[in-house]
Design a protein around this ligand. Structure first.
Ligand code: GLU
Length: 441
């Protein structure tokens, strides 16, 4: 009898959180993870009985910090810090990109991994969420140093990734070549070609047609759907894009092909504008040749502040997080902001934009096209049967449109922002899976 009583008592104690969260998990901690936690707090009242499980979203399932030592071309040894975070795997294996950037931190990768859980659930692909990164400025590395860094990082995180466990992909400053090295390194370590371990690979080694353009195509599709809801025609619309790489460049191209005017573009080299619309194909050539938009003929150079305040209908931040802030959000003249980047709008900026009546379509739906085609790539790799580009684009557009419709309807129903609506749809799916699977043991 006495034993039973003690057991009951310890069960009661175990459901009460006795330890304060470590500071990097604290919602007062500024930075991407703190922002993510606030987003979860905002959605919790809409989760009904599933709110019981919400704590699971407030901490990553698994986070790995790795040391990445490489020999530099000059013979010295350099050490870089790398991360792979698996936020949630209730709906399937972890999935999300790897970024190489000098500002990468654990907090940032944790938030990006969590946003992948939300994004993957929002478009209903059977994945959890994960993300990786190395704190390095890849522009300072030679090609062979970059290859050694990629291979050593892959080998270090090899203990937690795999085609059925966690599947990396490109993100900021990583590309098809980096994915090829990752796939090769993992394959060498397991002794068999494992093409499904990463997505965003070159087409010749199991990559998918349409993957490179997928995020930009998704941004364009979502922007078109959102524009229709507010009675804005894409044809003739004025568009401003921040970041003219894989995402912003492709979206800009699709907008200009659809008859929109891309009036301003900003990147790490500067900002350019043309009131009558920039020649997008020529601008893409210029960027490929010079590495940025600065100095583009047929444009006038503008300041970053002028870029945010430019006369446009659709503003697409497609670079890094934390770009639209309380300092520039007040200047925005656009009717809609479509988040091509992950986390480009701070919560203060989000509120300012909402007060101004600007429709913000959040990253977790707007840029989900990339991971959607990553999912197609993974499926193709498993079946060793490859689809046509047309089939891929059609399927992508359908998934994006259906996901946007569900989010729009949820936003109307609860009278909430599209960000909160996307979190409602996604977190409900994640926590429902969590509940169905139950706790182990
Ligand atoms: N890095 C992209 C993202 O943030 C794609 C991730 C993937 O394809 O797994 O959505």
């Amino acid at each position: 009898m006495a034993t039973k009583k003690i057991a009951a008592k310890s069960v009661a104690a175990s459901v009460t959180p006795v330890h304060a969260l470590p500071s990097y998990l604290d919602s007062e901690h500024l930075g991407p993870w703190g922002i993510y936690l606030k987003q979860i707090d905002r959605v919790t009242p809409y989760l009904g009985s599933l709110a019981r499980w919400v704590e699971t979203l407030k901490r990553p399932k698994r986070a790995l910090i790795v040391d990445v030592p490489i020999e530099m071309d000059n013979g010295t040894i350099a050490h870089f810090e790398g991360y792979r975070v698996q936020h949630n795997v209730s709906r399937g294996p972890g999935k999300g990109g790897v970024r190489f950037h000098q500002d990468v931190t654990l907090s940032e990768v944790m938030a990006l991994a969590a946003w992948m859980s939300v994004k993957n659930a929002a478009v209903n692909v059977p994945y959890g969420g994960a993300k990786g990164g190395v704190r390095v400025d890849p522009r300072l590395l030679s090609r062979s140093e970059l290859e050694r860094l990629t291979r050593r990082y892959t080998s270090e995180i090899g203990i937690i990734i795999g085609p059925n466990k966690d599947i990396p992909a490109p993100d900021v400053n990583t590309n098809e070549q980096v994915m090829a090295w990752m796939m090769d390194t993992y394959s060498m370590n397991v002794g068999a070609t494992a093409s499904g371990v990463v997505t965003g690979k070159p087409v010749d080694i199991g990559g998918s047609l349409g993957r490179r353009e997928a995020t930009g195509r998704g941004v364009f599709t979502i922007a078109t759907e959102a524009a229709a809801q507010i009675g804005l025609s894409v044809e003739g619309a004025r568009v401003a894009v921040q970041g003219f790489g894989n995402v912003g460049g492709t979206a800009g191209k699709l907008f200009s092909e659809a008859g929109a005017l891309v009036v301003a573009v900003q990147d790490h080299t500067g900002a350019v504008s043309n009131d009558k619309g920039l020649d997008v194909p020529k601008l893409l050539e210029h960027v490929a040749k010079t590495g940025g938009v600065a100095g583009f003929k047929g444009s006038e150079s503008i300041s970053t502040a002028e870029f945010w305040g430019c006369k446009c209908d659709i503003l697409i931040p497609a670079a890094l997080e934390g770009q639209l802030t309380k300092d520039n959000a007040g200047q925005v003249k656009a009717k809609m902001v479509i988040e091509g980047a992950n986390g480009p709008t701070t919560p203060e900026a989000d509120d300012i934009l909402q007060d101004k009546g600007v429709l913000v379509v959040p990253d977790v739906i707007a840029n989900a096209g990339g991971v959607t085609v990553s999912y197609f790539e993974w499926v193709q790799d498993f079946s060793s049967f490859f689809w046509s580009e047309d089939e891929i684009n059609q399927r992508l557009i359908k998934i994006m449109k259906d996901a946007f419709a569900a989010v729009w309807q949820t936003a109307q129903q609860h009278k909430v922002s599209l960000r909160t609506a996307t979190f409602i749809v996604a977190c409900t799916r994640i926590l429902h899976a969590r509940e169905l699977r139950g706790l182990y043991p």
